[in-house]
Design a protein around this ligand. Structure first.
Ligand code: SF4
Length: 301
């Protein structure tokens, strides 16, 4: 494996008061049924997320130690995630694995812990497993060599929920800027890594047609538009209303943006709306027999 390619951009700052709480997890694969992709697993190498997006629905998940208002102020790296995954590899034949449904696998701590990379190294050895990564961060580029090694069985999703970075500064103040996400998508696509854009959760957009055109021009193979989900009640509603952004909750607005993206990314035969190939029948060649070169980076290295 070649040396890591570190992004040229400076890393986004960690929260000043971020509490890092390393832990040993009991399990690592969470079964999921997605109507678009079929059965698969969600894999989260971290609990909590240093990006701390103000709308994040994960903040409501039950947590004995942290109330929802603490979301973004703590992260628990699952130190044994790669080893747990290796022990569960027999469950992965012909399945899809999604990193991650409850955290960003390339949040700033990944620079230090490399848990997502080490989980990807395990998944690379499972030849019938498809992988969907989803991130907001250019840090994913540090693993470009590994992503390329998957070929077409890995897709990177990049969240770009608005075309306006001033909106991002309000709702995702600790996540990477929007221009950085465009550059990340472009660099991945140029390197041959399949990229799908997640316009989600949909936030205010200045120019829907130009936004969709930009998405196409960056080299993404598809894009999807997802609505904002609020908790009941949700203090984020007051943020939206205070900025005059209540229209993002209007179904007509969602349809307007979806329509702009559907025009830019017409559905291709054999593809789902995100531009990914439709599921192929699973093959079962058996689990990888060896574990070459894994786990050679100690956690925290
Ligand atoms: S990056 Fe994703 S998981 Fe992290 S806070 Fe934002 S929405 Fe939540």
């Amino acid at each position: 494996m070649r040396p890591l390619l570190l992004p040229a951009e400076p890393p986004p700052p960690l929260f000043k008061d971020l509490a890092v709480e390393p832990e040993e997890a009991r399990s690592i694969l969470r079964p999921q049924k997605d109507e678009r992709y079929g059965f698969g697993f969600a894999l989260s190498p971290y609990r909590g997320c240093g990006h701390g997006c103000r709308y994040c629905y994960v903040r409501e998940y039950p947590n004995a130690l942290h109330p929802p208002e603490d979301w973004g102020n703590w992260v628990a790296p699952k130190l044994n995630a790669p080893e747990l995954l290796w022990g569960q590899r027999h469950r992965l034949h012909g399945r899809r694995v999604f990193l991650a449904s409850a955290t960003d696998p390339y949040q700033p701590l990944e620079r230090q812990y490399r848990l997502s990379r080490r989980c990807l190294e395990v998944l690379l050895l499972c030849p019938t497993t498809e992988v969907i990564l989803h991130t907001r961060s250019s840090l994913v580029l540090q693993d470009l060599d590994l992503l390329q090694a998957f070929g077409s069985r890995l897709t990177v999703g990049i969240s770009i929920p608005t075309d306006d970075d001033t909106v991002r500064q309000v709702v995702e103040p600790h996540a990477p800027p929007i221009p950085s996400r465009w550059r990340t998508a472009e660099r991945l696509a140029a390197a041959g890594v399949p990229v799908v854009l997640g316009i989600a959760p949909l936030l205010p957009v200045h120019d829907p047609l130009a936004f969709a055109g930009r998405a196409l021009a960056c080299g993404a193979s598809g894009a999807w538009v997802g609505r904002l989900r609020l908790l009941h009640p949700d203090p984020f509603l007051a943020v939206l209303l205070a900025h005059g952004w209540g229209h993002v909750l209007d179904p007509a607005y969602l349809e307007e943006i979806r329509s702009a993206f559907q025009r830019a990314f017409p559905l291709r035969p054999g593809r789902n709306p995100e531009g990914r190939r439709r599921p192929a029948p699973a093959r079962h060649p058996g689990p990888p027999a060896e574990q070459p070169g894994l786990f050679d980076l100690p956690a925290g290295a």
